[in-house]
Design a protein around this ligand. Structure first.
Ligand code: SF4
Length: 362
């Protein structure tokens, strides 16, 4: 495991439960366990990919870290200076507002995440103005600088976001997130709404910015090929729980959890003639209001045994840095991306030199 001093963020036993009232008069109370006791860390300058199906709780994790949703319980620690961790959940609302300078978010939908009534200049400047960090010519200079870094054309800062394409709008969103010089950015499905060529442009931009500023990312996505391309390590979520976490190559070529194996089998091979070998998931995704007992995945798992129906699997390290929550991880031999045409190792090369990189226009 990594030395503590290298860690930028430590999340321990994080839970986020949403109360749900049902019935005509809202009398019955249920609980949606969107995030149910998860722990992980992210090192400085690292990208941790967080994957899972819709409804797995991955977006809630990102929002809970930034306290856009107040966590139900757990601990979130952020290393602001060397060996000096801040207890994020102990911060007051006022303290949290200024602490968000360290942590920002890039959203999924570049169309709805930008205020259509504001100019690009005002959108990028807003966090600096709200936090009283710059004004006048200094503010303009900082906006110009961050716009250029995000490959935006400064001549068009006066336009409003509706005049731009999806990729251009996402670059505006990235510039806004970068304006405060954060150390940590949650990328929440940040390329999911974009065409493949534009995805390449944004992924390469994120990689360059990470190198330049030493940024740390939590990269939330459902597309495993994208996650494999950008992540140093990958964590897999299912129904509010982490089920596997490992360095990227290790996870793709040596999965230890049957759910990860099923996700791998859904990656399209770059060769259209390659045979498909999907690992079929049986049954529907259970409701997070009433998740199955024991291992949440057991109703859909083709390897399930009796113990899986009653006992929650231990979150256990099987190889250095390779953690899994499955009763059978030490005896199953699962199929990784290698056996499905090495899709994961081939697809990312197509992201190099994406369209519009050298001549971005706004
Ligand atoms: Fe499947 Fe059992 Fe492992 Fe859950 S614990 S993933 S049901 S084998």
């Amino acid at each position: 495991m990594a030395e503590q001093s290298l860690r930028l963020l430590e999340v321990e036993n994080l839970k986020k439960y949403f109360p749900l009232r049902v019935g005509r008069f809202g009398a019955s109370t249920h609980t949606v366990k969107a995030v149910d006791d998860i722990s992980f860390y992210i090192e400085k300058g690292e990208t941790l990919g967080l994957v899972g199906e819709s409804g797995s709780g991955k977006t809630t994790v990102g929002r809970a870290i930034l306290r856009a949703f107040e966590p139900t319980s757990g601990s979130i620690r952020f290393q602001v200076r060397k060996d000096e961790f801040t207890d994020v959940l102990a911060l007051s609302k006022r303290e949290m507002k200024s602490f968000r300078q360290h942590m920002q978010m890039i959203f999924q939908d570049p169309y709805s995440s930008l205020n259509p009534r504001m100019t690009v200049r005002d959108i990028i400047a807003e966090p600096l103005v709200v936090n009283k960090l710059a004004r006048g010519s200094e503010l303009n200079e900082r906006v110009r600088e961050v716009a250029l870094r995000c490959r935006l054309n400064v001549e068009h800062l006066r336009r409003s976001p509706h005049a731009f394409s999806g990729g251009q709008r996402q670059r505006i969103g990235i510039a806004r997130a970068l304006a405060l010089h954060p150390e940590f950015i949650v990328c929440d499905e940040s390329v999911s709404a974009l065409d493949v060529s534009v995805q390449a442009e944004i992924l390469n931009l994120l990689g360059d910015l990470q190198e330049e500023f030493g940024l740390t990312y939590l990269f939330i996505a459902h597309d495993l090929s994208v996650v494999e391309y950008i992540s140093d390590r990958v964590a897999v979520m299912y129904l509010g729980r982490l089920v596997e976490m490992a360095p990227t190559k290790e996870l793709f070529f040596n999965p230890l959890h049957p759910y990860t194996e099923a996700l791998m089998s859904a990656i399209p091979a770059p060769d259209p003639d390659a045979p498909l070998k999907p690992v079929v998931l049986e049954g529907e995704i259970p409701s997070p209001i009433d998740p199955p007992p024991g291992c949440h995945f057991h109703p859909r798992c083709r390897y399930a045994e009796e113990i899986c129906r009653t006992a929650r699997p231990e979150w256990k390290e099987y190889q250095p840095g390779h953690v899994s929550a499955c009763h059978l991880s030490d005896r199953l031999t699962l199929v990784g991306a290698e056996e499905i045409g090495e899709a994961a190792s081939v697809r990312p090369s197509s992201y190099k030199g994406g369209a519009g990189l050298d001549n971005p226009q706004v």
